[in-house]
Design a protein around this ligand. Structure first.
Ligand code: BYC
Ligand code: FE
Ligand code: FE
Length: 471
């Protein structure tokens, strides 16, 4: 089915047939557009951007490309088509038909999950709002805006669920999504990593590599939900998430490549004077983003997570491919904990360890990406690797909160931590240096000096295509 672009809100959920819902969303839309204007990408309202817009959910038709004036982007509501006779695949209701309406006894837990997910989407747009002013190329500027409009659409996805299935308090929650803001001291975003500003492009690539990857794993868990509309909405969001992670991975890869080139060319690791980002700095940014993203998975042992699982609301990653009973009454899982001044793996009930299990999947996936960065370094003959810090490093949630742990997993006292912190995490001077490189490059095909060009352009276009047109 193709979406009718004459409708105010393109969708594949038969919105036109539900006047009450349509009116609710049409009331929310101006507030959303005002939020986009106030809190979205700065200076973008006069730009034509080569964007992918979802016009159908069919595999061959959901990605339509063309230049769009930014404010005219049409944020729509798309769910993957229903699966006939879908069942609840885990928890106490395993085997029952999937819910098509909100299960009354779990209403508040379900709403909380949807609100937490929804809150991150506009948060990321707010975090990234000033980046357009310092883009390293038109290609990158286009990718930033692509990510931003799709995160905006992800907010629409969650707001649709709130409006369609939760009545009055759902509408109130939808309004609140536009009232909390990233980094706002009075009304911050719900999860801490979404209150940090992303105002240089190294941070942006780290964000889309690490933080959007949390998005992938959380959405994949919610895609297992017994609440079918949530499942279907997350499945479609995941198709968009792949591009966000591509932006992060290829972005870091290009920075690493350029740094390696400069190291070879000048025969030094200290490439700052040559306008490159040294590997020490890249490593520190990686340490920071990875550790705050590990926090996003919640506590190692969580009764919230156990409840979400048993209720059938949030499953494990690729739940149906796991070979066990999907109820987890007696199962155990190995989770890290602090014991006798060290980090040890200990058996814990699997039901309360689903956050930890997901975090471990995420860690493996992150490591796969880091391995690819290290291949680039090896290719240039650089005898050094980038590494993910220890899981206990710089944690603010869970068993390691309040304990000072080095990137290689040694517990240290507060004094040592304070003294050496700047070796492990970006200092103000590091941020200032990275920001000093962030001067905009907007001629088609040109790249900032600190980043290599991409291997290819977007959707078959050349790298020097005019991905963004200014007026
Ligand atoms: N910050 O039982 P626990 C994305 C709270 S990213 C602050 O372990 P739970 C995207 C917790 O609320 C994906 N507070 O928590 C990426 C709880 O509070 P109460 C976003 C935190 O609920 C890039 C207490 O600590 N989606 O899409 O099992 C760009 C006990 O913790 C944090 C989701 O997160 C934290 N990091 O786990 C754009 C999915 N962690 O009950 C978009 C939905 C925990 O004591 N959310 N707390 O008051 C969830 O599934 C869960 O809320 C969490 C937390 C996994 C996040
Ligand atoms: Fe998203
Ligand atoms: Fe994303």
């Amino acid at each position: 089915m193709n979406i009718d672009y004459n409708e105010r809100i393109p969708n594949n959920v038969d919105l036109a047939d539900d006047r009450r819902l349509l009116r609710a969303l049409e009331r929310w839309q101006p507030a959303y557009l005002k939020w986009w204007d106030d809190m979205g990408p700065v200076d973008s309202s006069d730009m034509d951007v080569y964007l992918r817009t979802a016009i159908s959910v069919e595999s061959d038709g959901w990605a339509h490309f063309g230049h769009v004036r930014m404010p005219d982007y049409r944020w729509g509501i798309f769910l993957t088509p229903p699966e006939a006779d879908r069942k609840i695949n885990f928890g106490a209701h395993k085997g029952d038909p999937a819910w098509q309406t909100v299960p009354g006894e779990y209403r508040s837990e379900l709403r909380r999950l949807i609100v937490t997910q929804g809150d991150t989407e506009p948060a990321s747009v707010e975090q990234q709002r000033t980046l357009g002013r310092s883009c390293p190329s038109l290609y990158d500027l286009r990718n930033l805006f692509q990510v931003n409009v799709e995160e905006g659409r992800h907010l629409w996805a969650m707001v649709y669920l709130l409006h369609a299935y939760f009545g009055r308090d759902g509408r109130e929650e939808a309004d609140e999504m536009l009232h909390r803001h990233a980094g706002d001291p009075d009304r911050p975003r719900i999860l801490q990593a979404f209150n940090e500003m992303t105002d240089d492009w190294l941070s942006f690539f780290m964000f889309t590599f690490f933080q959007d990857r949390d998005g992938k794993y959380q959405l994949a868990s919610l895609a297992e939900s017994g609440f079918d509309p949530l499942s279907r909405t997350c499945r479609f969001m995941l198709t968009e998430e792949a591009h966000h992670m591509f932006v992060g991975e290829s972005g870091i890869m290009r920075v690493v490549q350029r740094s390696a080139e400069l190291m070879r060319e000048h025969d030094t690791a200290d490439i700052r004077a040559h306008g490159g980002i040294d590997l020490d700095t890249i490593q520190k940014f990686m340490n920071f983003h990875y550790s705050i993203c590990l926090d996003l998975f919640g506590q190692e042992k969580s009764t919230n997570a156990a409840n979400y699982y048993s209720m059938g609301l949030k499953g494990r990653f690729q739940e149906t491919r796991i070979d066990d009973d999907h109820v987890l009454e007696d199962a155990v899982f190995m989770a890290p904990e602090l014991r006798d001044g060290g980090v040890v793996m200990a058996e814990t009930p699997a039901l309360t360890a689903t956050n930890e299990r997901l975090r471990q999947e995420y860690a493996k996936d992150s490591q796969r990406g880091v391995n690819r960065f290290n291949k680039v370094l090896a290719h240039y003959g650089i005898g050094r690797e980038l590494t993910l810090p220890h899981e206990a490093f710089n944690r603010a949630i869970g068993a390691f909160r309040g304990t000072h742990v080095t990137p290689d997993g040694q517990i240290v006292d507060a004094e040592t931590w304070a003294r050496r912190r700047g070796e492990w995490l970006p200092s103000d001077a590091d941020y200032a240096f990275v920001k000093s490189l962030m001067t905009p490059v907007v001629a088609p095909g040109r790249m900032a000096n600190w980043i290599a060009p991409p291997k290819r352009g977007i959707h078959g276009q050349p790298v020097d295509f005019d991905y963004v047109r200014f007026h």
